[in-house]
Write a protein that binds this ligand. Sequence first.
Ligand code: NAD
Length: 275
Amino acid sequence: IVSEKVAIIGSGVIGQYWAMIFASGGYHVSLYDIDQSQVSRSLTAVKERLERYEQQGCLRGQTSAAEQVVLISGHTNLTECLKDAIYVQECVPEVAELKTKVFEQMDEMLSDSIVAASSSSCLGPSMFAGGMKNRDRVVVAHPVNPPYFIPLVEIVPGPWTAPDVIQKTQSIMRKVGQSPVTLKSEVPGFALNRIQYSIINECWNMFKEGILSAEDIDVVMRDGLGPRYAFIGPLETMHLNADGIVDYCKRYADGAYKVGQTLTIPPVQYDVPTA
Ligand code: NAD
């Protein structure tokens, strides 16, 4: 059991999963929300889920569900929740004004060594932390739902995020068994959604052109690319599909370029299907 404390701000879907993940790594977890009834509901949900996962054999960490449950406490007082925390994971709804307000509330309470991470899916730190005195302590650590079973975390620094904040976030994520990747700067969609939307754009274009049915598009992914990418990434695939990546490029770059030339630009706006 580590004696360090992590604070979680917002105890909804993602806040609850983070509480379970940090407790599985042995951290003391303070879970904060705006009203006591939500805090109580979340603590009950977390306890029930940890016990169920233990029975089902999918509990994370080296300790029992009961040992993990006692590490998690609920709070409606922000100062008390943040006291002595080495790391904060904000999980309030994805509304820039609300995140700005919550980070402003926390600003005076942040120490020089703390990490204040946001679970934000789309908003980079500059969209909610720019006016803070301690904006150098803020970073995005974006999980993928459900983070208890999907380890990827996208670490996205703002223009002023301190290097030690990025390193500490990487380190704590690895300690609790998540798999962090670090972007150099804020880009729309971060990494996962940029790749995901490239795929969706082409699926949409093929469907619109009548080249593939909707069912067959899903088969291409489910029974083709999906199983492959569940085990190895696209660059590893290139490396293994030839005698290394240079050989792959020699063999296939021309073909890939020609196919690339036929890809249509992403639609500015999706046509919403009528039926
Ligand atoms: P949610 O609506 O389930 O939970 C939000 C919680 O924040 C609620 O319990 C609410 O009471 C609380 N809250 C509201 N105002 C607050 C305040 N001022 N101070 C403290 N708590 C407050 O939302 P969620 O799905 O858990 O999403 C949280 C964040 O995680 C969002 O930024 C979202 O984009 C991101 N995220 C969500 C998912 C997902 O699939 N749900 C995946 C990755 C990232």
